[in-house]
Design a protein around this ligand. Structure first.
Ligand code: HEM
Ligand code: MG
Length: 344
């Protein structure tokens, strides 16, 4: 069942993370980290900061993203438990960072999905930078055409690097592409928030920690390809200097949203993007975190109907929701906590 979230790491200085204990190793047949929606976690698994199988507990993930890439504790807890609630197995406390697998153990009955991070719509969403939309059949493999678009935008707007200006263009272009081609394009909560955050992450976490000044936020395109395509850190890679948490992510995210504003919404047929009025409302009143929290609480309740959740399952869900809320309340002190499965 669920366990309390691990705490923040003590030392957040830059340090060698592609070290002798964490070499990149290619995939074995049963390891499912290969085709995965998240280049960050996939890279950590390829280097053994996470189990190389690609199956881990949320606690292991929270610690690995801090140790391996210096992701801030608050954002690590927020996205890990959000993902765990909809994609993980609460009974065994295991989550697949890729596709559904027996390695996460005996699962609770349907409607629980326990499908891993690649599952569409509960967390994974459309207009990813280097992965296609689920509508076109593959939401998780590295896509060369899309990566080339990232390269082009970086050349045109980032002086040959992926920086925040390039990120703004990539993010906007992918949204426009999905509007123009995907009849089922969905771009509201939760995807609206994660899409912008994920465009910031490569700048925050894939740049060598020995870089200083502006160079600390400029990602070399060969290094980018290594992470996105091969889940591989460059030789001698040092994690960033100091944790990059929720506040910094929020700043980057706001920059990207404002650079080319697109309201939250969805397609009603190709090219017909309709604003999600309900979400826009929350958004204009300064939402983000609280709306995101509500989404995941409601999604959980849908997957694990409250009357049916008993015993270990109920305890685990209550614990994982409580862990998730730890991060929510650091960002939004007015967001009310919810206890559909009772208190832990
Ligand atoms: C994408 C989960 C940490 C970088 C994703 C997606 C999921 C996910 C579900 C797919 C969303 C989509 O594009 O449709 C998680 C979880 C994490 C985590 C649960 C736990 C802390 C990280 C870290 C990085 C990272 C540490 C470091 C850079 C990215 C990037 C994408 C992504 C860049 C977008 C890929 C693209 O658009 O092509 N992540 N992630 N993630 N993740 Fe993670
Ligand atoms: Mg996606």
């Amino acid at each position: 069942g669920g366990r309390p979230a691990p705490g923040p790491i003590a030392d957040t200085s830059a340090k060698l993370v592609n070290d002798e204990h964490h070499p990149w190793l290619s995939l074995l047949p049963f390891q499912i980290r290969g085709p995965c929606v998240c280049p960050g976690l996939n890279t950590l698994a390829s280097h053994g900061w996470l189990p190389r199988s690609g199956v881990a507990s949320p606690g292991q993930i929270v610690t690995a993203v801090q140790e391996g890439l210096n992701m801030g504790w608050d954002i690590a807890v927020l996205i890990t438990y959000a993902a765990m609630l909809v994609d993980g197995n609460p009974l065994t406390d295991l989550l697949s960072i890729g596709s559904k697998t027996f390695l996460t153990g005996p699962a609770p009955p349907k409607p629980a999905i326990v499908g891993g991070l690649n599952t569409h719509a509960v967390f994974e969403g459309d207009a990813s930078m280097t992965r296609g939309d689920a509508f076109f059949g593959d939401n998780h493999s590295f896509n060369e055409t899309l990566f080339n678009q990232l390269v082009q935008a970086s050349n045109a707007f980032g002086g040959g690097k992926y920086n925040i200006s390039a990120a703004a263009e990539v993010r906007f272009n992918r949204i426009q592409q999905s509007i123009a081609t995907n009849p089922e394009f969905f771009f509201s909560i939760p995807r609206y928030a994660t899409a912008f955050a994920e465009a910031v992450f490569p700048i925050a976490f894939f740049v060598d920690g020995r870089n200083t000044g502006a160079a600390a936020f400029e990602l070399d395109l060969t290094v980018a390809r290594g992470f996105f395509q091969d889940s591989r850190m460059p030789r001698d890679f040092h994690r960033r200097d100091g944790a990059f948490g929720l506040d910094a992510t929020g700043e980057g995210l706001s920059f990207l949203i404002n650079a080319h504003f697109v309201p939250p919404g969805f397609n009603k047929g190709i090219g017909n993007y309709v604003v999600d009025e309900e979400t826009l409302d929350i958004f204009e009143n300064g939402f983000q975190i609280c709306a995101l929290y509500d989404f995941f609480v409601n999604k959980t309740v849908e997957l694990y109907p409250v009357p049916k959740a008993k015993g270990v399952l109920r305890q685990a869900l209550a614990q994982n929701l409580a862990n998730f809320f730890l991060a929510v309340k650091t960002a939004s002190s007015t967001c009310p906590e919810q206890f559909p499965y009772g208190k832990v």
